[in-house]
Design a protein around this ligand. Structure first.
Ligand code: NAP
Length: 544
């Protein structure tokens, strides 16, 4: 039986809390901080036992940033920037989680976060203009505003392979990794999945596993991370450059330190092109993906050339030519899926204790009590790692029973793909704001988050100053924004490829058709549009 509706006492008014935020990851934590500054009564409901979101859940071996650490942290607090030292250019997960815990302590966030509180349902109440929110343990809460901070990559998916539940050894999904250390020493380990997560896991597990067998369905184009330590002197120099780093991330296409080169691939000579690509391949971070020629992701011939360059690198690095060919993607070009950054990933396949199984040739038929059976062989394992990804972008929404005005379900509304206003609101779902929801510019996510949170905070300030108790996107606004997002996706090679970025997940019913779930314009253009709406007094929204 459900608990009575919980929340501050009657003094708080019928709505209980002013706002409930779902999720205490990077966006939920910052939103809490900002709304408190407005004097709002805010509660965060968090499924985990601690803060950190992505960096709380994804504790798999080798997890780390692919963005430069000092471009990824929060920029909103000078004090925070002054006191936190990054120790590596691409921070490993334990350090990132320490950082986010430090932020929670520094801003005293925990007192308004209820942990172990996975939200099961959120129902808008037409009569009272508030949200009735139910946690899986049966507790219920009321709030005027519902803010989702549930992340685009937070609903993990297990593979739909018969027998998964029958395996008798250890088995972990990377996004539900145990808190206690997992040893691979001497064990027969399987990894299923070769996305950014699988790649990071594989290169780490291969160091100690007795034998590692990688089950690859689709190879991805990976490129070197080139991580290195940051000593105290270098950290001091980075700190001095924070204003410049921030400015750079504000100006680039996707908020990374890297941004497309203004030249077209065919505007330079073959020698200059090769030299440019060699330089990018030798540099740390996403330069080869985000800082490449401007037409790399729209011009098929340009994309084929850069793909050929990276294929040559793979052939040079993998000793067995047959294995190298299996590791080279054939059904999509470089950069059209999210590029995993790696550290000696390809060299792993030169090790005697590592085997690559191409399951596009010999599909997995079954997980057995002792291991994995493909159409070609039976393998025995002590431990299976599922690096099989997420029901991305809309998946975390689908897992909550969200109903809006008149009891309409969000899941039904988005059956053919998401429809939003600025990626923040949906008509028919009053008083609900999304952080990093569908149709948002993702890129270097914390930079997008800070903007997203600040825009929502400004909107809240506006509503409160006018005593508005109901805000809703208009159908016309949603149609216009959704059409705009779709038009931005036209001509992008990435939209011709199955991946989480196009909403395809073979393990989820109804997610086999490609959709446009991300804003693919530039971050500065997105911010300009949001600023225009605010400057216009939010007249595109229905306020009452
Ligand atoms: P992913 O990119 O979706 O990769 C999932 C992998 O599992 C793919 O190789 C997929 O094969 C395979 N797979 C799924 N279902 C399968 C099945 N039934 N049988 C066999 N193989 C199956 O997921 P991810 O690697 O977790 O990465 C998701 C995103 O998270 C990344 O793209 C990135 O944006 C983010 N991420 C970031 C970092 C970082 O910043 N450092 C690290 C990790 C992840 P197919 O390709 O054939 O579907």
């Amino acid at each position: 039986m459900a608990d009575p509706v919980a929340g501050p006492d009657a003094a708080a008014g019928p709505a209980g809390y002013d706002a409930i935020i779902i999720g205490a990851g990077i966006s939920g934590m910052y939103q809490l901080h900002r709304l408190r500054e407005l004097g709002m009564r805010v509660l965060v409901l968090e499924a985990g036992t601690g803060v950190g979101g992505t960096w709380y859940w994804n504790r798999y071996p080798g997890a780390r940033f692919d963005s430069e650490s000092y471009s990824y942290g929060y920029f909103f607090s000078k004090e925070l920037l002054a006191e936190w030292d990054w120790t590596e250019h691409f921070s490993p997960q334990p350090e990132t989680l320490r950082y986010l815990n430090h932020v929670a302590d520094r801003f005293d966030l925990r007192r308004d976060i209820r942990f172990q509180s996975r939200v099961a349902a959120a129902h808008y109440q037409d009569a009272t203009r508030d949200w009735d929110i139910t946690v899986e343990d049966g507790s219920r809460f009321r709030a005027r505003f519902l803010i989702t901070a549930i992340g685009p990559l937070s609903a993990p998916t297990m593979p739909r392979i018969p027998g998964v539940e029958t395996f008798q050894g250890e088995a972990y999904h990377t996004a539900r990794w145990p808190h206690a250390p997992v040893s691979f020493a001497g064990k027969r380990v399987a990894v299923i999945g070769t996305g950014a997560t699988g790649v990071q896991t594989i290169q780490e597990v291969a160091k100690t596993a007795g034998h590692l067998t990688v089950f690859q369905r689709t190879p991805n184009w990976c490129a070197p991370l080139h991580n290195s330590r940051i000593d105290a002197d270098e950290m001091a120099r980075i700190r001095a450059r924070y204003p410049e780093i921030y400015q750079r991330c504000q100006e680039t296409f996707a908020c990374f330190m890297h941004t497309p080169d203004p030249r077209g691939t065919f505007e330079v000579s073959e020698d200059a092109r090769e030299a440019f690509w060699e330089k990018l391949y030798a540099e740390p971070g996403f330069g080869i993906w985000q800082g490449n020629f401007r037409d790399m992701l729209t011009d098929r011939k340009a994309n084929a050339l850069v793909s050929d360059f990276v294929a040559r690198k793979i052939r040079q690095r993998v000793k067995d030519p047959a294995v190298a060919e299996k590791l080279i993607p054939k059904n999509h070009g470089f950069g059209t899926r999210r590029v995993p950054l790696e550290t000696r990933y390809y060299e792993v396949y030169n090790q005697d204790n590592v085997t690559l199984v191409d399951i596009s040739e010999t599909p997995i038929e079954r997980i057995t009590p002792t291991g994995i059976r493909t159409s070609g062989a039976e393998y025995a394992f002590d431990l299976i790692v599922y690096a099989t990804g997420f029901d991305a972008v809309t998946g975390s929404f689908d897992r909550i029973d969200i109903t809006g005005a008149g009891g309409k379900r969000l899941k039904d509304r988005w059956k053919q793909g998401p429809e939003t206003y600025l990626g923040v609101m949906v008509d028919g779902f009053p008083n609900m704001m999304m952080l990093m929801g569908p149709h948002m510019a993702l890129g270097n996510i914390p930079r997008s988050i800070e903007h997203n949170v600040e825009w929502v905070t400004d909107l809240m300030r506006h509503l409160r100053s006018r005593g508005v108790t109901r805000v809703e996107a208009t159908p016309a606004g949603v149609t216009a924004w959704t059409d705009h997002v779709k038009s931005l996706g036209v001509g992008l090679l990435s939209n011709e490829v199955n991946s989480w970025m196009t909403g395809v997940n073979s393990n989820v019913d109804g997610k086999q058709v490609r959709i446009i779930n991300r804003y693919s314009g530039s971050a500065p253009a997105y911010r300009a549009k949001c600023a225009e709406v605010a400057a216009g007094g939010y007249r595109d929204l229905a306020l009452a």
